[in-house]
Design a protein around this ligand. Structure first.
Ligand code: FE2
Length: 187
């Protein structure tokens, strides 16, 4: 279940807010400059769908978003526990970092958790199937795909020369709970 949890940056144990209401999630994130939308596929997408099929099914919202945000390329990434060097891949995004461009992701299936550090707060957004999230360029954040990752996402890029992470050096990520999909679903 898609879920937004908001914490004071100084207290990772007592959230100020937790909601699974898409309208409330979108409103809270928009208030902080973060885009959140729900997209649905016009036709069923089989689990084995390749990248071209994924991009075809979501062609209309992809075109709308790329035009509105001036993104120039998109791709599709699929991560599973069998993905090569998956632990190292997870580790690449676990420390707080920024990018020179938006981090815009649509979850075709599966789940992952973004932690966005803004205005003395941490916004923990667990994204699942149908969630589009765009974190503005320069916003400190980290991402946890979990110990047994499983997701397919569409990535949007503004620059043809790729997407670079810059670590902030802040160790805040270590104080916040990891993404454990089973624990989230039980909460
Ligand atoms: Fe990132």
């Amino acid at each position: 279940m898609s879920c937004l949890t908001v914490y004071l940056e100084s207290d990772a144990h007592r959230p100020e807010l937790r909601t699974a209401d898409p309208a409330l999630i979108a409103a809270h994130l928009a208030h902080n400059g973060i885009l959140y939308e729900r997209w649905t596929a016009d036709v069923p997408l089989p689990a084995s769908a390749d990248a071209d099929a994924v991009l075809r099914v979501y062609a209309a919202p992809i075109e709308r978003l790329t035009e509105a945000r001036r993104y120039c390329t998109v791709d599709v990434v699929r991560v599973t526990p069998e993905t090569e060097c998956v632990a190292a891949l997870r580790g690449r995004f676990l420390d707080e970092h920024t990018h020179d461009e938006d981090e815009a992701r649509f979850f075709v299936e599966g789940a992952g958790a973004f932690y966005i550090h803004l205005k003395s707060r941490v916004f923990r957004m667990v994204c699942e199937t149908g969630d589009l999230l765009s974190i503005p360029a320069g916003t400190p954040h980290w991402f946890d795909m979990g110990a047994k990752p499983h997701f397919t996402s569409i990535r949007f890029f503004s620059r043809p020369d790729g997407w670079v992470s810059t670590l902030t050096g802040d160790t805040i990520a270590a104080r916040f709970p990891c993404f454990e999909p089973d624990a989230v679903r039980a909460a």
